[in-house]
Write a protein of this length. Structure first.
Length: 123
């Protein structure tokens, strides 16, 4: 069983097509340790904005890949065999079926792109 209470994961999509998304403003207004917002839908994928500090639990997605793009900070992605350091303006894809955990030692903001069927709670 996981302690999902420490994660703020909002599944409600905030923006419709043709709406401007001010990402720096959303980042600046984030006051939680681990916040994940569903920004918009693009085809069958959801673009999420995460503002995080700390670590998420180990998990995998059986049917979906997951793409991470760091806006500010450094994201650590722990895999079973290694840890990948994703720095500002870098991206990394975790393929379906791969056990992983994301961590940020300091406040980090990133975009996550994943299929709409992906459970962002890592379940």
């Amino acid at each position: 069983m996981h302690d999902y209470d420490k994660y703020s994961i909002d599944l409600e999509v905030k923006f419709k097509p043709l709406e401007l998304i001010n990402i720096p403003q959303i980042i600046a207004s984030s006051d939680k340790e681990w916040q994940n917002l569903s920004l918009c839908v693009v085809n069958d994928s959801i673009v999420r904005l995460a503002v995080i500090e700390g670590e998420f639990h180990w998990h995998k997605h059986e049917k979906e890949d997951e793409f991470f793009f760091v806006i500010e900070g450094v994201l650590l992605i722990d895999l079973e065999e290694k840890t990948v350091e994703v720095k500002q303006h870098q991206g990394f894809t975790v393929p379906k079926g791969v056990m992983h955990r994301t961590r940020a030692l300091a406040r980090t903001s990133l975009l996550v792109i994943e299929q709409s069927t992906t459970q962002p709670t890592g379940g």
